[in-house]
Design a protein around this ligand. Structure first.
Ligand SMILES: Nc1nc2c(c(=O)[nH]1)N=C([C@H](O)[C@H](O)COP(=O)(O)OP(=O)(O)OP(=O)(O)O)CN2
Ligand SMILES: [Zn+2]
Length: 118
């Protein structure tokens, strides 16, 4: 069984590796949506895999590192594409929660990435 919890954060970024004139070379902002998927079996007594509230408590500090920041300033996010940001998020979240299955990161309502680690 897989449960999930959704988070959002507002961040600015620019993409330093795009060709000259590409719109994403200019600084701009996104309201990112992150969905964290946890795989496990419900505990017999509690009936849940992990309390959604506990999941939030563990992951929200990672979100705070990104919210209302310029992503390019954050170590490891010098080129903050969705792809690189999803890897960065995975590496931060993985040690915090058991059973991390995948993450989905939406940069805009129409664009995003699904990452299952490696
Ligand atoms: N593979 C990737 N492509 C692009 C990334 C990325 O991280 N990975 N990022 C961008 C820009 O950050 C851009 O802000 C988002 O791109 P885009 O989806 O084109 O944004 P729009 O709002 O213009 O999308 P529409 O739905 O077409 O209006 C660019 N590419
Ligand atoms: Zn962007």
């Amino acid at each position: 069984m897989i449960i999930y919890k959704q988070f959002s954060f507002d961040s600015a970024h620019f993409l330093p590796a795009v060709p000259l004139g590409h719109k994403c070379g200019n600084m701009h902002g996104h309201t990112y949506m992150l969905i964290v998927f946890i795989e496990g079996q419900p505990d017999e007594k509690s009936g849940w895999i992990i309390d959604y509230g506990d999941l939030k408590k563990k992951i929200q500090p990672v979100i705070e590192l990104l919210d209302h920041h310029l992503l390019n300033d954050i170590p490891g996010l010098e080129n903050p594409t969705s792809e690189n940001l999803s890897i960065w998020l995975w590496n931060k979240i993985k040690p915090l929660v058991m059973g991390l299955k995948k993450i989905e990161l939406k940069e805009t309502p129409s664009s995003g990435v699904i990452y299952e680690g490696f």
